[in-house]
Design a binder for this molecule. Structure first.
Ligand SMILES: CC(C)(COP(=O)(O)OP(=O)(O)OC[C@H]1O[C@@H](n2cnc3c(N)ncnc32)[C@H](O)[C@@H]1OP(=O)(O)O)[C@@H](O)C(=O)NCCC(=O)NCCS
Length: 186
């Protein structure tokens, strides 16, 4: 872990200082984060976008950004790492999200950490927080769909105990899954 973190007194909110001095705030996604998500998306490389969204995407449309920022807290979770700067300048450097599937007790996660703040341990930090959320929701499994050539994500998931299975429907996808061994209460 190449950062320090301080709890800010609100659920999921922490101040993070990377070893190179960059300062970030971890907090839940807000419904008005759409425009910031759009500005932040512009910084991503096509390869990062392909790995996260599984297909090329040139920009986030306002409607799609709004959808990504709208979280139904009963069944969804999204945490962002935002630069510790005035709101009009601050970009979102990383996002981790998960959604419980309808009629299921499992959730799918997705994560992206921008190159400026990659390899500090933040991907692991975010995925651990998603696991914490999934355990609190008493889900039986957390899983993610990962492109078969995404070595970074496959290595990260492996280090956190995820196992792999082939996707039944998509041949270029590997599913990484973590059994949580908890049944949801009625
Ligand atoms: C995959 C991703 C989330 C990793 O984020 P990160 O903050 O750099 O990850 P961490 O610093 O926590 O790395 C944890 C471990 O993952 C592995 N890892 C991370 N990046 C790696 C890379 N580029 N190459 C090989 N292994 C890598 C390493 O084992 C690493 O541990 P180490 O640094 O001690 O060697 C980030 O590269 C990313 O957002 N990629 C594009 C989007 C994506 O692939 N999303 C996944 C879709 S679900």
């Amino acid at each position: 872990m190449k950062f320090k973190r301080i709890y800010l007194g609100k659920p999921w909110c922490e101040a993070i200082e990377l070893d190179d001095g960059q300062q970030l705030i971890a907090r839940p996604m807000r419904s008005n984060d759409g425009p910031t998500l759009r500005r932040s998306f512009a910084r991503l490389t096509p390869e990062e976008v392909r790995m996260r969204f599984m297909h090329p995407l040139k920009e986030l449309t306002p409607a799609y950004a709004k959808k990504l920022a709208s979280i139904d807290r009963k069944r969804e979770f999204a945490l962002v790492l935002v630069e510790n700067k005035p709101p009009e300048l601050a970009l979102i450097g990383a996002v981790a999200r998960a959604a419980i599937e309808s009629d299921a007790d499992r959730a799918e996660f997705a994560i992206i950490v921008g190159a400026e703040i990659a390899r500090f341990g933040l991907g692991s930090y975010l995925l651990k927080r998603v696991i914490e959320w999934a355990r609190k929701k008493r889900l039986s499994e957390l899983y993610g769909r990962v492109l078969f050539d995404n070595k970074a994500m496959l290595a990260l998931a492996h280090r956190l105990g995820f196992k792999r299975r082939l996707s039944e429907e998509e041949e270029e996808i590997v599913e990484v899954f973590l059994p949580l061994n908890r049944k949801r209460s009625a």
